[in-house]
Design a protein around this ligand. Structure first.
Ligand code: BV8
Length: 228
């Protein structure tokens, strides 16, 4: 009997595209309207907090109106039914994996419904806007920022991710352009550690040559087909 593989799945903005959430670098993506250094860096937040807080307020509000698509549902089914280790490492801020029913999800770039107090360091769940500088639920200081990993900041729980890559027999990358590190390097880590590698994306990513196999098409089709 073929041994059941341990699986690590990396997802990016492309898996949520068909739910109506803007990607970053596809046509009409977010970064076409915003220069990333203007909104997704600590320096940008220092320089123009209203621009940055307004950008994330807009995205936090938009995400709450969206729903999981067939690709999220297929991965959630796999997560529920897979008897071995399985970890969904997502670069996405949205909670569509969780709302589809997945439980083994790790947000390496943070979550849109989380805020971080730069005064007391507490993290809190948050659905409202930040532009009015509301008081921190823990310490009352008007010092809340999005709990999101900006460029130049260390992604979250990297040790857990590398532990999972060590154990992985299969690494699957879904809906990511392979433009941002360290996530874009995981396929090479996985290969070096002996895992098989599969890319499921609308089009070849920047790292497509590192994958053993690549299937291209909309996630709602190719992810559902792969899970079947
Ligand atoms: C760090 C949060 C170090 C904000 C994000 C030079 C070389 C290597 C690295 C660097 C370098 N210069 C600088 C760096 C480091 C930098 C980096 O990688 N820069 C890049 C631009 C070169 N990385 C960092 O700064 C990281 N931190 O390195 O820290 C450190 C060390 C010690 C101590 C302290 C620090 C932090 C990176 C995290 C930045 N934050 N997001 C926000 O979301 O607003 S990154 C941002 O890009 C999002 O998280 C997003 O998820 C991520 C990646 O984008 P994708 O998800 O791939 O989305 P994209 O639009 O690009 O692609 C979508 C894909 O889907 C496309 O391929 C498309 O074809 C496909 N698609 C579209 N529709 C569909 C579809 N697929 C299927 N179906 C569809 N329907």
């Amino acid at each position: 009997m073929a041994t059941i593989p341990n699986i690590v799945i990396l997802t990016g903005a492309g898996i949520s595209a068909e739910s109506g959430i803007d990607t970053f670098r596809s046509a009409g993506g977010l970064w076409e309207s915003y220069a990333v250094e203007d909104v997704a860096t600590p320096e940008a937040f220092e320089r123009d907090p209203d621009l940055v807080l307004g950008f994330y307020d807009m995205r936090r509000e938009a995400i709450q109106t969206k729903t999981p698509n067939a690709a999220h549902m297929a991965l959630a089914r796999l997560d529920r039914e897979w008897g071995k280790d399985l970890l969904i490492v997502t670069q996405n801020l949205d909670d569509l994996h969780e709302r589809a029913g997945a439980s083994r999800v790790l947000h390496m770039h943070g979550e849109h419904l989380s805020v971080w107090c730069t005064a007391c360091d507490a993290r809190s769940r948050w659905k409202e806007t930040l532009i009015e500088r509301p008081p921190c639920p823990e310490c009352g200081e008007p010092a809340l920022r999005p709990d999101i990993v900006w460029f130049g900041e260390m992604p979250y729980r990297m040790d857990e991710i590398f532990e999972a890559l060590h154990e992985a027999d299969l690494f699957v990358s879904i809906g990511t352009s392979g433009a941002v590190y360290p996530a874009a390097g995981f396929v090479r880590n996985a290969r070096e550690l002996g895992a098989a590698t599969l890319e499921l994306n609308l089009e070849p990513s920047q790292g497509t040559g590192w994958f053993d196999e690549a299937r291209h098409g909309p996630a709602t089709q190719i992810v559902s087909q792969w899970v079947e």
